[in-house]
Design a protein. Sequence first.
Length: 359
Amino acid sequence: MDNGIRHILGKKTFTKADIVELLMCEGENKKALFAKSAEITEKYIGRKVWLRGLIEFSNICGKNCLYCGIRKGNHNIERYSLSDEEIVQAATFALRNSYGSIALQSGELESCNVTDRIEKLVRNIKNLSAGKLGITLSVGEQTPETYKRWFEAGAHRYLLRMEATNELLYAKIHPNDAAHSFHRRLDCLKSLQDTGYQTGTGVMIGLPFQTADNLADDLLFMNGFDIDMCGMGPYIEHADTPLANTSGGLLSIEQRFELTLKMIAIIRIMMKDINIVASTAMQAIYPAGRERAISAGANIIMPNITPLMYRGSYRLYDNKPITDVRPENSAATALAGAEVAYGSWGDSSHYGKRTGIRQ
Ligand code: SF4
């Protein structure tokens, strides 16, 4: 390892230039980066990974993000929406298998019906599990009132990925209209934090037009926002999207994978006690992609427990794995030497420290 990297890794806080250097490092320097993140993970998180049984309950979306396979304008997919009964059944599966938590995810829709329905579902799942299942929501931009109602119903974590925290880059990967406002997304993230959720965000890595400076700013943004959870993944094209035709300057898929590992390692060093997801997109590139993410500092995996018949239709990007494994059978977790923490919520200890609230 050279002295420059040793100096950076010994610092309490990173500057933007430090992060860019870490993102670019190779060879022994890269090994030193991952060794540092492993040391921090061991100290602040231990060797456990927690589960979020992922229920992708609807692929109907009112938005048209230029990279997303379930965007409203894509007419090449079959739309579905699980019934309340199917959602509750999936939650019951998670409970019986001691997953500890579920994550309810869908395309973005805002309406009174959606608000009422999700509120009722959250309450039902809380009741049926006698509070044993932690509930994460990831259903996009909503009003502060809606966030509050869902929080009071029992959801306590919310993931709202920015995808890009640089406003200019954001504008390049979204339609230029009021429904895709960078500032509204930021306001929503703030509103979630103000409501009391364990709040998570994240970005795509390896987007067209994206620079190392952008990625460094993404990490500084998350640190400055004091997030509790981070979900980042490599950008993977979906053939039926406008952004798939913008290939100029794109990194290879392997480079995007490696860069994502470095982003995970750096955020783990910067934000020692947050929850970090080993995303399915990593597994889409390499079968053991989630294992690599766990080795780099991630501590959350999200086994897909959506009924199998619907999984092929929630294709955000090409080659998304649809036949997920039961976590206990996962070579990924076994190889990473991690131990699955069954039956516990697995809250981010960062949240407890940030707010003084222990859940
Ligand atoms: S990224 Fe989210 S909001 Fe955008 S089109 Fe896809 S599901 Fe809808």
